[in-house]
Design a protein around this ligand. Structure first.
Ligand SMILES: *Cc1c(COP(=O)(O)O)cnc(C)c1O
Length: 220
């Protein structure tokens, strides 16, 4: 199956209100080009150097999302190169993105990553810290950053009920935070990957991040 065929099949499983992000990390620019030629314009990368290396090789109407763990010393290099940074996982990182964006005279759009999965290895805000951030209205201190919503990953397991529970928890948090008075443009819930996108969409995802089902296995 070609990348174009895979893309068509994946699209057929996604309702119109859900945005498809093609996760192109570890795949060459040539593969991205094939997806582009099949109509895809939104891609995601997980490493800053890789994103910056691929960008100039590809058409400039591509929208790039960043979905990897972002080290603070890479923030300055990344801002201005993304439509959305989905993986903001600490207040410190958020405030740094804000300061660098302000200095650069741009607005950076971000999602806050929540840690709901059972694995210790995953990054993200705890639900408590996240609710506290909004309840204490710290978001009002941001000058050049727009928080567009949340990103979540479910536990990596074959247990469907566990996956559904993780996504439902993320969806409840999203709804709670969205009801914060004065919070504007908080409308994106990014959850669901190749293997669990159906459950994520059923739980209320508005954005899925699909790599393997489009591009095949990654060569690390
Ligand atoms: C790699 C990655 C994906 C895509 O995973 P697939 O299983 O290949 O679809 C989605 N989200 C994040 C945060 C990732 O790092």
């Amino acid at each position: 199956m070609s990348i174009a065929d895979n893309l068509r099949q994946v699209r057929d499983t996604i309702p119109p209100h859900v945005t498809l992000v093609a996760v192109s990390k570890y795949h060459p620019a040539e593969s991205i080009r094939q997806a582009y030629d099949a109509g895809q314009r939104l891609f995601a990368e997980s490493r800053v150097q890789e994103l910056l290396a691929k960008q100039p090789q590809l058409p400039d109407d591509i929208h790039w999302h960043f979905i990897g763990h972002l080290q603070t010393n890479k923030v300055r290099h990344l801002i201005g190169h993304t439509t959305l940074i989905e993986s903001v996982d600490t207040i410190r990182l958020l405030n740094l993105i804000d300061a660098e964006s302000y200095n650069a005279g741009i607005i950076t759009r971000v999602l806050l990553q929540i840690h709901i999965a059972a694995e210790e290895t995953k990054f993200g805000f705890s639900p408590t810290d996240l609710l506290d951030y909004f309840n204490t209205r710290q978001f009002e201190n941001l000058r050049a950053t727009h928080i567009c919503g949340l990103m979540a990953m479910a536990t990596n397991t074959d247990d469907d009920s566990r996956i559904a529970a993780d996504f439902n928890q993320a969806a409840r948090l999203f709804d709670t935070i969205r009801a914060t008075p004065g919070l504007i443009g908080f409308d994106t819930l990014s959850m669901g990957m190749s293997d669990d996108r159906r459950q994520a969409i059923a739980a209320g995802s508005t954005m899925v991040r699909v790599g393997t089902a489009i591009f095949g296995p990654r060569q690390y």
